[in-house]
Design a protein around this ligand. Structure first.
Ligand code: ATP
Length: 422
C-alpha cells in the first residue's frame, strides 16, 4: 500500500482545485493498472492565511509501489498545478506502507495541521525522517498539507463523505448551469443523511460553488450511496467526471476544549461562560456580545453572513450561561454554534402594590419601595418572568455560513437538545 498526499495546487483567481488534481492522479493510477482504495479530502486549520478557500489537502490510498505513484503524481502536478500564480506553492509527499501504520509523529502532525500551525521545514524534516518521497514547487508549502493528509487516516476516526461532480474543463469560469429546483428536491430526499446541500432559509443551493474552479456541485453526508443518489438526481450541464471522498468535513475536528483565559488567535475552541453584555448590532449587521468566566471576558461575534443565526444571538440576555464554539481572531471568537446551558427566566422589576395594583415608588436610597396611597411596603425589586425565544440546547449558523469542518447539528451526538438549521 502507498499513500499519496498533495496540496496547494490551485489559485484563487486562475482556478483549478486540488480535489480535481487528485481525481486526475487517481485516473492516472488506474490507467497504469493500479487501484485507488480511498480518496481523502482533509480540511486543515481554517485559520491558515495562505489558504485559497477551504484549506483542503488530499490523500490517495493505492496499491501501486511508492516510486511509481510518486512519478505519476509528480507528472500530473507538473502538468496541472497553477504555478503561474506565485501564491500557489504545491507539495507532494508519498509514503510507502499502509495509512494505518504511520508513526505517531505523522499522526500528531495531521492533528496539529487541523488545530494549529506548522512550518514547511518541519514538514520536510518529518517526511524525510519517515522515509517518504516528497517534492515541492514554488517553496513547496503544500508539503505541510500533503503530509497532514497522509497522517489523517490514523489521526482521526470520524469520517463523512463528499461526492463531487466536475464540469467539463472548458466551461470553467463560465456560470454553472444547474437546475436549482432539482437540487432542492434531491436535497430534501437525501436529508438528513445528506446535509448542507441547500439552505432553505436563504433559498440557496450551497452545494454549487461560486469559485472559478472545476467543481459543479459537491454533496456531503454520512453515507456514500446517499450522497451519490442526491448527486445523480440533480439536473445540470454535463458532468464530466465525479469522485467520492472520505472527509473530515462536518466533524468539528478543529475544536479544542479550553477555558476563556486559554484562548489564542488562530485556533478554534469549545468553551463556556456567562453572557455579561447585551448583544449589540454594529455597522454591517455584525452582532457582538461578551461572555465571562473566571474573571476573563471575551467578545463573541456573529457576522452578517451568518444571517438568521444573528437573531438567535440577539435573543441572548445578560446572565445566560453558554457553551460556545468557534475560531479566535484578534481576541474575538467567531461563533459557529452555541449551546444554551441556563437561560435567565426572570428580570428584576419595581414591585406592584398588593392593595391597589399600582407600581410602588422608591422609598429612598436602599429603603425599598412604598405605595404612597396605601402605605404598603416592599423591601426591594421583585422578579418578573420574561419571555425567551431560546430554549436550552444547541443553535448553529445556517448551511450557507457553515465552515467545511464544522459539525452540523443534524449529525447528532451533541450533549444537549439541538435546533438544526437547514
Ligand atoms: P482549495 O480548498 O481551494 O483546494 P485551499 O484553501 O486548500 O485551496 P491551499 O491552496 O491548499 O488552500 O493553501 C493552504 C496552504 O496552507 C497549503 O500550502 C498548506 O500546506 C498550508 N497549510 C495547511 N494547514 C496548515 C497549518 N496548520 N499550518 C501551516 N500551513 C498550513
Amino acid at each position: 500500500m502507498t499513500v499519496i498526499g498533495l496540496d496547494d495546487t490551485d489559485s484563487r483567481t486562475l482556478g483549478m482545485c486540488t480535489t480535481y488534481l487528485a481525481t486526475l492522479v487517481a485516473e492516472a493510477i488506474e490507467a497504469r493498472g493500479g487501484t485507488v482504495e480511498r480518496r481523502l479530502l482533509v480540511r486543515l486549520n481554517p485559520a491558515v492565511e495562505h489558504k485559497t478557500r477551504g484549506n483542503a489537502a488530499l490523500a490517495l490510498h493505492t496499491d501501486l509501489p511508492a516510486g511509481t505513484a510518486f512519478d505519476l503524481a509528480r507528472e500530473e502536478l507538473d502538468r496541472w498545478a497553477v504555478t503561474e500564480d506565485e501564491r500557489t506553492s504545491p507539495g507532494l509527499v508519498v509514503a510507502p506502507g499502509s495509512p494505518e501504520t504511520v508513526s505517531t509523529a505523522v499522526a500528531d502532525f495531521a492533528r496539529g495541521a487541523v488545530r494549529d500551525f506548522h512550518d514547511v521545514d518541519d514538514a520536510e524534516t518529518l517526511a524525510d525522517r519517515s522515509g517518504f518521497l516528497s517534492a515541492g514547487w514554488h517553496g513547496g508549502r503544500g508539503r505541510i498539507g500533503a503530509l497532514a493528509a497522509i497522517g489523517a487516516w490514523a489521526a482521526f476516526d470520524e469520517w463523512t463523505y463528499e461526492h463531487i461532480s466536475y464540469r467539463e474543463f472548458h466551461r470553467c469560469g463560465t456560470p454553472r448551469d444547474v437546475d436549482v429546483d432539482s437540487v432542492f428536491e434531491a436535497a430534501d430526499a437525501g436529508y438528513p443523511v445528506a446535509w448542507d446541500t441547500v439552505d432553505h432559509g436563504e433559498n440557496e443551493a450551497v452545494c454549487v460553488p461560486n469559485a472559478p474552479g472545476p467543481i459543479l456541485y459537491g454533496i456531503r453526508g454520512d453515507d456514500p450511496d446517499v450522497v451519490r443518489d442526491v448527486a445523480d438526481a440533480i439536473e445540470s450541464e454535463p458532468v464530466d467526471r465525479s469522485a467520492t471522498f472520505l472527509t473530515n468535513q462536518g466533524s468539528d475536528a478543529h475544536l479544542r476544549d479550553g477555558t476563556l483565559s486559554e484562548l489564542r488567535d488562530g485556533r478554534a475552541y469549545r468553551t463556556t461562560g456567562t453572557v455579561v453584555t447585551d448583544p449589540e448590532t454594529r455597522t454591517g449587521g455584525h452582532v457582538f456580545f461578551d461572555i465571562e468566566a473566571d474573571d476573563t471576558t471575551v467578545t463573541m461575534a456573529a457576522f452578517e453572513p451568518t444571517k438568521r443565526f444573528r437573531n438567535r444571538v440577539r435573543s441572548l440576555r445578560v446572565g445566560d450561561r453558554l457553551t460556545v464554539c468557534g475560531e479566535v481572531t484578534e481576541g474575538t471568537l467567531k461563533l459557529e454554534k452555541f449551546a444554551v446551558r441556563d437561560l435567565v427566566r426572570t428580570e428584576p422589576t419595581t414591585p406592584v402594590c398588593p392593595d391597589c395594583g399600582r407600581t410602588m415608588k422608591s422609598a429612598g436610597r436602599n429603603q425599598g419601595y412604598r405605595c404612597r396611597d396605601c402605605d404598603t411596603e416592599a423591601p426591594g425589586k421583585v422578579a418578573r418572568p420574561v419571555d425567551r425565544d431560546l430554549e436550552r440546547g444547541w443553535y448553529e449558523v445556517p448551511p450557507c455560513a457553515r465552515r467545511h469542518i464544522a459539525k452540523p447539528l443534524v449529525r447528532g451526538g451533541f450533549d444537549a437538545p439541538t435546533h438544526p438549521e437547514r
